[in-house]
Structures are given as structure tokens and as C-alpha cells.
Design a protein around this ligand. Sequence first.
Ligand code: C2O
Length: 550
Amino acid sequence: SITRHYKFDIKMQNVTRLCHTRSIATVNGRFPGPKIVAREGDRVIVRVVNHVKNNVTIHWHGVRQLRTGWADGPAYMTQCPIQTGQSYVYNFTILAQRGTLFWHAHISWMRVTLYGPIVILPKRGVPYPFAKPYKEIPIIFGEWFNVDTEAVIAQALRTGAGPNVSDAYTINGLPGPLYNCSKADTFKLKVKPGKTYLLRMINAALNDELFFSIADHNLTVVEVDAIYTKPFNSDIVLITPGQTTNVLLQTKPSLPSATFLMAARPYATGLGTFDNTTTAGLLEYLPPTFSLPSTLAENLALLKPTLPSLNDTAFAASFSSKVRSLANAQFPANVPQTVDRRFYFTVGLGTSPCPRNQTCQGPNGTKFAASVNNISFALPSTPLLESHFLGQSKGVYTTDFPNNPPFPFNYTGTPPNNTLVTNGTKVVVLPFNTSVELVMQDTSIQGAESHPLHLHGYNFFVVGRGSGNYDASKDPAKFNLADPIEMNTVGVPAGGWVAIRFRADNPGVWFMHCHLDVHTSWGLGMAWAVNDGLLPSQKLLPPPSDLPKC
Ligand code: C2O
């Protein structure tokens, strides 16, 4: 294994999409940002220099960061932000992981433009568990706003109302021909007939789960969140923000020149506002003999994929149930078979009493708040990891995060007028190596909504999933402890629940939150503080000397 060095200069750059030119934060002037490539076992060193006026941090989403929580990146969780003119070196080793992940800014909504792929190749000489693809292509989904997103979220937090939605979804930064003034900004995947391509798909969108499909082509899912899956075919893929999915695309045996649309649009449950438009790219067989028609009507005549309807929860459930770990001798699924601690968390939107002298836009004049177990997570001003490492939690966080919902109600029925959400910075403390089972129950006050929950520092096994309220007396009997998929981000189904297991073998403080940024901003998150083990190899490493100060 080797050490790979990268330099990320965070700087402003003019970028034009949909006929709007904006100065946006970029890495090295590129949008989307550069790709990080490493092999399993390599050390990665990224020097990040901040040349913009906003504070930044970078998160290596899905990288386990064994004992190196200081390099994880979420602002005020594991580090103070990198301020204007300052720098920080992220230094971590990629252990026992290979596949597609991504990096993104992890402060406020800065990740809307600061993101890029991470490709972890297997160790030299170790093949994929599928035929070697002819080519590998990153496909990264994002969102484009014609306006300044920091202003959008600031206003949403001030008024408690839903934020403005984006103006376009994008494929590799490009909205595609179905949007006005966007024909030139279309991603083109040029392919040869009769070949296998590996598409490394990443959902870096801020606030929407997406369906993706390529007209008249089948996709074979082979990996999710950098874990090999039992391969399965599907013409449509569901990918939530924070998830990565590798698919094999087999091109047609001989079709000398033809073009097909690939497209993605939201899977949007709940009654909130969302952008129901579609980003599209072209799958172009070489040699190209085709140029994009000039009008939308002609565009629609292109062979276009069929995507499920926006709220197709049945499709989402059936797709998710097909995702299983490879679980063979070479890649066993080490599912914890016994459990030391059980938790039951409600995740969703809720309401708290409207503070006096404020007008609130929640139901019955209440204040909207997203929460886990009725606690709306408040970011501290001292990073949690620092307080935990120094043993100085006083005034920063408390350790009384509830194991179970403090005010139970019928989570998938008519909710109470007030779900009694309070603000707090509360963590669950876990002894090293605790085997954890966590059931996350979707709740909602305005129609059920799916939430992609992301856990930092870990992969977890998705052992169960169902609709309605979780029933602790019946549901565990149906858990899959043989080949459940291992993930870092799981969609908690709209009007349902999901059960995960993980072993707390990575000391540090680890954020768990909804990867819809608006929900994180509203407080849908919590943290696990995992203590050191007894052996030296089970302890969090000391902080690097250039760790930013607040
Ligand atoms: Cu990809 Cu805490 O985030």
C-alpha cells in the first residue's frame, strides 16, 4: 500500500447552468470536484486550504476512519471549521473497504457544490467478484440552485418554513436537455457495443432520493455503499442521498449508432415541496451520428426511460429488499448474532410549542422541528470529539439521549397536535465493542416520509424492515441475520421502520443524521460516543497538531 497526496484549494469559481451564472465554492475550480482514487490499504492525505469567505470542512462519506475520527469532517462534531485563509490536513487509511464512496463539505449546505467521487480499488491483484468491466464511469447526482443556498437555508431556519427547492437535478454537474436553457449542459456517456461498463453512481443531491434508469437497458446492481451485493437486475435503481450504488451496464451487441436517454428524478414521499423535474443524460453508441434535437418536443421523441411515480413506496420497498450482501467465504457478512444493547428511535418531523412573540408555521401554530426520539439535535460550539477525548463534556453535551421514544404515540396513525420536541445536544455512550441493535421508526406529522439515515464511522447491517409500527414481540423473528446488506446510509421507509445492527468497534464520536440536508438543519440527528477499548489498538488516536480551532 502507498500514500496518496491530494491538495484541495477551496475557491470561488463562476459556473453557468440554466442561463444563470453564479460564483460558487469549488475544489480547485472544478464542479463537481476532483475524484479521489486509492486502493484498499492506502493512506490518503488531503491538504484542504480555504480561500473562500465561508467556513468549510470536508467529510469522507463512508470511509470508516478507524481510530481517526479527527479526519471525519462534520463541523462541530469532530472538528472546528477551517476558517478563511486556514488549512487542515485530513490523514486517514482506508482499511478493509473497497468500492465507491464520495467526499463532500460538511457544514451548513456547503456540500451543494463541494462534492466529488472516492473510488477505492481492491488491493493489487485482487479481482472484483464480477467480470472485469471494459470501463468504469462515475455518475454523480447533484442539485443546482440559481440562488445562493446559504441564504435559502438561513431563511428556512428563520421562518421555520420549508426551503426553496433546487432549480435542477444534475448528472455529473449537468442538468441535461429536459431543462430550459440547458441543452449544451448534458452529460454524454459514449459507449461501444457489446461491452460491460461499471457505473459508479453516487447520490450527492441535497434533499432528494432519486430513481434512475437508462432507456431500453438493464442494469445489474453489484455494490452498494462500497459493499458487494448479490448481483440483481433492475431497469430502475433507487438511490438515496448519501448512498452509492455500482451497476454493470451491458451495451447492446451491435447497434452502430443510436442514442438513449438516461434520467433521474425524485422519489418523494410526504407532502413537502419538491422539484418534480428530471435530469437527463445521453447514452451514445459510437460512432456518434446523432445531435440533440433543438426543441423539447423532439427531445421527448428520444427513447426515454420510464421512471416510477414520485411516491412509489411499493417500488422502493421491493428494490430495497433485493439488496443483499454477497456473504460468501471471501466476503462474509459478519452480522452480530447477539445484541448487548437495544434502541428504538423515532425519526421524523415533529412539533414543539411556538415560542412566545414568534409566529410559527407548523400545524395548529406549532413550531416545526425534525428530531430523533423527540430531541432536535443542536450543534455545540465546541466539537463533541474534542470534549469526549479530553473527558470534558460539561457545557458541551449530555449523555442522557433516550433509548426509547419518551412520549410514545401511534407513529403511523394520526399524530398528536404537539409531539413535544425539545432541543438538546445529547449522545449515547457505548463501551468499546458493544453489539448494538437499533430500530428506527419513521414518524411524520404531514404524511409519512422516507428518511435516509447516515451513520458516520461505521457500516451497519440492515437486518429488518417493515411498514407500520415496529412490533418488538413479532418483528425480530423475521430478521435476516444471514446475508443482510451492509450500508452507511439506509432509507427509513415512509410509514415504516428499519432495524440495523453494528458492533461499536471504532472509538470516537460519530454523527448519525438524515442525509436530507434540510432535515439535518432542522435537527434530525444524534451522536454515538464510543469509548476506547483496553488495548492500544482499540484507542482513538490523539488529535493532529493542525486541528482547527473555533
Ligand atoms: Cu454524507 Cu454526515 O454525511
